[in-house]
Design a binder for this molecule. Structure first.
Ligand SMILES: [Zn+2]
Length: 334
């Protein structure tokens, strides 16, 4: 992702700074280097003018994202300076926050490209944990520097992954988000690591039983065995007895044995606090503490334990909590 060529932006620069240069500050309170706290002077145009401006309306609003949009040109100038500082190790320009409200549906990747920002910068700042489209009128925060924004209170799986970074490498700041003020740690210049990217893009896990037919989904259901309503912590995939079952992701076998309910089962621990569980197997092909690769054959479909016919019971857990596996596994890997 490269900043726009400076030449294209040169003409608008003086104009834009004259109009909006002092107005663009944004960050409510900040600690750490390179996040300035400038009191906003009274701006012209449509930018908010009052100190009482609250919420995201305190940030200057990008318009057409084209050459006729002085705030966009100013944003691109600031962004170019930020990329230059990152490359050269020079002093970091202040972080300036803008908002953008699309007129029509725009997907995350197109918008990020238009803004010359990494998609993960927009995604983390706007609290997306999956790639999606922005809707008309939605308020999108747009920063003047690339990086990752980790909320101080992690709540999504993606938050937890990002929060493993050393906080000392980031800068703490308070921002007005769509849900009100919240505190973030900003890791300037940081990108998703492969695990974060895979989770965000829905590529973290592979399907463990490509030949399987989904016979029972995740969540509350009437038990096929007892007839009572109970939580189903995974999904059931029917396939002929003996069909190969694959590890959904690389990891280490943390449990393998026989259970009255799960039958012959295998549990694999994965990086980032994830686990996958494979139950009712006819055969286990791995032993405790084995390292397994993604797609390695770990066992065969069976009907052991509490089961009404040959199928795989498959669970995904994150930090001990069962997650619906379906949205975590792209259909393409089935
Ligand atoms: Zn099941």
């Amino acid at each position: 992702m490269k900043p726009s060529p400076a030449g294209r932006l040169g003409a608008g620069r003086r104009f834009a700074f004259a109009l909006f240069g002092a107005a663009a500050l944004l960050v409510l309170a900040a600690t750490g280097p390179a996040i300035a706290q400038t009191a906003g002077a009274k701006p012209t145009g449509t930018a908010p003018t009052s100190a009482a401006a609250s919420g995201t309306s305190r940030y200057p609003k990008l318009g057409s994202l084209g050459p006729d949009d002085p705030l966009y040109i100013q944003h691109q100038e600031q962004l170019a300076a930020s990329y230059t500082a990152l490359r050269s190790g020079g002093p970091e320009p202040e972080l300036v926050m803008y908002v953008y409200e699309p007129r029509r549906v725009v997907d995350l990747f197109s918008l990020a490209a238009r803004l010359n920002l990494p998609y993960e910068t927009l995604a983390t700042l706007n609290r997306l944990d999956r790639a999606r489209e922005f809707l008309p009128g939605e308020t999108i925060l747009v920063p003047s520097a690339p990086g990752l924004f980790a909320p101080e209170k992690a709540s999504t799986d993606l938050d937890y992954l990002i929060s493993y970074r050393d906080e000392a490498q980031g800068a703490s700041l308070a921002l007005e988000g769509r849900g009100g003020p919240s505190r973030f740690v900003f890791f300037r210049g940081a990108r998703f690591n492969p695990e974060e990217r895979a989770l965000f893009l829905g590529l973290l896990f592979r399907f463990p039983l490509p030949a399987g037919r989904l016979t029972s989904g995740f969540g509350l259901r009437r038990s096929p065995v007892s007839g009572r309503t109970a939580m189903h912590d995974g999904i059931d995939l029917a396939a002929p007895s003996g069909t190969e079952v694959y590890a959904a992701r690389e990891g280490r076998v943390s449990a393998s044995g026989n259970d009255p309910v799960l039958g012959e089962y295998v549990v694999i621990d994965h990086e980032g606090g994830w686990q996958t569980v494979y139950g009712h197997l006819s055969l286990r092909n791995v032993r405790l503490n084995d390292r397994v690769e993604s797609s390695m054959m770990i066992g065969r479909v069976g009907s052991t334990g509490l089961s009404t016919g040959p199928h795989l019971h498959f669970e995904v857990r994150s930090r001990g909590e069962a997650r619906d596996p379906e949205p975590l596994i792209p259909k393409g890997t089935r």
